[in-house]
Design a protein around this ligand. Structure first.
Ligand code: GLN
Length: 547
């Protein structure tokens, strides 16, 4: 039976609960325990798949095809444990399950209530897989006191009583604001936040206090006294230069020790932090900087491309360089020459995206990279647009485009080099998409195998010819055009095992131009940078030496 750690937040949002959870997961692993991390989100959307990246940041896709909150990305990057569908749930999903059961008559005509029906549904979710790991870390989204979070708080309170004593602990993150005028850290918001938690029956075992200044011993004592926690369980969380320093920083502040003490695990196994020391070393000891442009649409909110940004950082760590990422709004050169916006970058990345807006600009970015021999990595839509660029400007198909854009406008304007796929194979099963299905859950989602061409650039980079990567898209490059494009030098170097779906394209006469239909960024880790990102950054370093 797993031990459960519930992670909640108070005072303000964006305190870094996800990061604290992920770092704690990594520290428990370093002490030899197995962990699994989960996110419970109070919003009413059934899943984040249809939420705007502008508002909610990127949608993180798991191997088993779930569209989840980006915090699951942090969890994976820190623990290396592949997230699963059953690691993420929202109020919307919980309510929708409850209502479905009610409609089916499962509750035998009983009055359906938040307690116990909704809370039981949440507890059932928490129980999934509890015999598989030593520790289950469950983060509750939002802040204590939020109306929609209440059923989750009530459920975890009940859950801790359902289990034998000592099987569950509560860790609460708060903020200690600093008042410059009096030169003091203020503990009152933390006290209030803990009171709020206590009023719903939860007494935190550990307080993680975010602070921009060192927490004096006196304040620590005060927090312990007023919040009813042990002094050693008041853990400081200071701002860090890199998120990847978090495991070492939390270890220094005693977080993992406090957790093991709270569970009365003694003697505590000694941690092996060699991996995280190496990661920190690679962040701090770098030689040079490369400038990489991400040409995208959601550039106002960097979280929209969270995993890509992180994967580039990992690529930098693999090569011991600093990667300076700049966000370039593709729409700006929809109608203009891209050169003034892109000159000076050592590499260009065009990420995934949906809809036509900004695509002409991205096509120009692909053309610029191809003609100027600048390293280019196109991901998902970025690959599809690179193929459209090749078709238009190299293979002479002036009207090449994607069916996605015609669907949007309802007009037939393009020759569909990228088309809407209706049926495909996943593992041994056939997946069919119904006509009219086009929102939420109708995409090719999750892990799929691909076969790489012997001798291709990507086969060299991966060091193998069979790979598995995660997908999230509705449209595919049509193999009808493959022969023609290959004759012009665009090699289809990765295909689905049945040979029907192009997975990777690369220009043979270019130092580094690769488009991938999948999302390699989702599998990159600081301690295991994804080979495509590591090699992309290496190519950027080479470009930087030429200028
Ligand atoms: N919009 C494209 C599709 O659905 C690309 C999706 C993506 O980039 N994730 O196929």
């Amino acid at each position: 039976m797993a031990r459960y750690i519930f992670i909640t937040g108070g005072v303000v949002s964006s305190l870094g609960k996800g990061l604290a959870s992920a770092a704690l997961g990594a520290l428990l692993q370093a002490r030899g325990f197995s962990v699994r991390l989960r996110k419970l989100d109070p919003y009413l959307n059934v899943d984040p798949g249809t939420m705007s990246p502008f508002e909610h940041g990127e949608v993180f896709v798991t191997d088993d095809g779930a569209e989840t909150d980006l915090d699951l990305g942090h969890y994976e990057r820190f623990t290396g444990v592949p997230a699963r569908m059953t690691d993420s749930v929202s109020s919307g999903r919980i309510y929708s399950n409850v209502l479905e059961k009610e409609r089916r008559g499962d509750y035998l005509g009983k009055t359906i209530q938040v307690v116990p029906h909704v809370t039981n549904e949440i507890k059932d979710f928490l129980n999934i897989g509890d015999d598989e790991v030593d520790f289950m870390l469950c983060e509750i989204g939002g802040t204590v006191g939020d109306i929609e979070g209440l059923p989750f708080f009530e459920a975890i309170r009940q859950f801790s009583h359902d289990r034998p004593r000592g099987q569950c602990i509560f860790m609460h993150l708060t903020l200690l604001p600093y008042l410059a005028a009096s030169g003091e850290l203020k503990t009152k918001p933390t006290q209030h936040s803990v009171k709020e938690l206590q009023s719903i029956g939860i007494a935190p075992d550990i307080l993680v206090c975010r602070s921009e200044h060192p927490i004096p011993d006196k304040e620590r004592e005060k927090i312990a006294l007023f919040c009813n926690v042990r002094k050693e369980a008041v853990v400081a969380a200071y701002d860090l230069a890199s998120i990847y320093e978090a495991p070492l920083a939390y270890h220094r502040e005693g977080l993992d020790q406090a957790v093991l003490d709270a569970f009365q695990i003694s003697p505590a196994p000694r941690p092996d932090l060699a991996v995280w020391r190496d990661v920190a070393d690679r962040i701090h000891k770098t030689d040079g900087t490369v400038n990489i442009a991400i040409v995208g649409k959601y550039v106002q909110l960097e979280d929209a491309y969270k995993s890509i940004k992180e994967a580039l950082t990992h690529g930098g760590m693999a090569n011991r360089v600093k990667v300076n990422v700049e966000w370039v709004d593709a729409e700006v050169f929809d109608t203009q020459d891209p050169a003034p916006h892109l000159e000076g970058f050592h590499a260009i990345l065009v990420p995934g995206g949906f809809g036509e807006r900004g695509t002409e600009g991205k096509i120009k970015a692909a053309q610029f990279a191809r003609e100027r021999k600048i390293p280019y990595l196109g991901i998902c839509l970025g690959m599809q647009l690179a193929v459209i660029e090749a078709a238009r400007n190299v293979a002479g198909m002036a009207t090449a485009g994607s069916e996605e854009f015609d669907h949007e406008t309802g007009q037939k304007r393009f020759e569909p080099v990228v088309y809407h796929l209706k049926e495909w194979v996943q593992g041994n099963a056939k997946v069919r998409r119904k006509v009219g299905d086009d929102k939420g859950g109708t995409m090719r989602l999750g892990a799929y195998d691909a076969t790489l061409k012997e001798g291709s650039k990507v086969a060299g980079i991966y060091g193998t010819t069979s790979i598995e990567e995660r997908h999230r898209h509705r449209y595919e490059v049509d193999i009808k055009y493959m022969e023609n494009l290959e004759e012009h030098g665009l090699r289809f170097s990765g295909m689905s095992p049945d040979g029907r779906l192009p997975e990777i394209v690369e220009w043979t006469n270019h130092p580094w131009f690769i488009g991938v239909q999948f999302h390699p960024e989702l599998k990159s880790k600081p301690f295991a940078p994804h080979p495509l990102f590591a090699d992309f950054v290496r190519a950027a370093i080479e470009t930087s030496r030429l200028v």
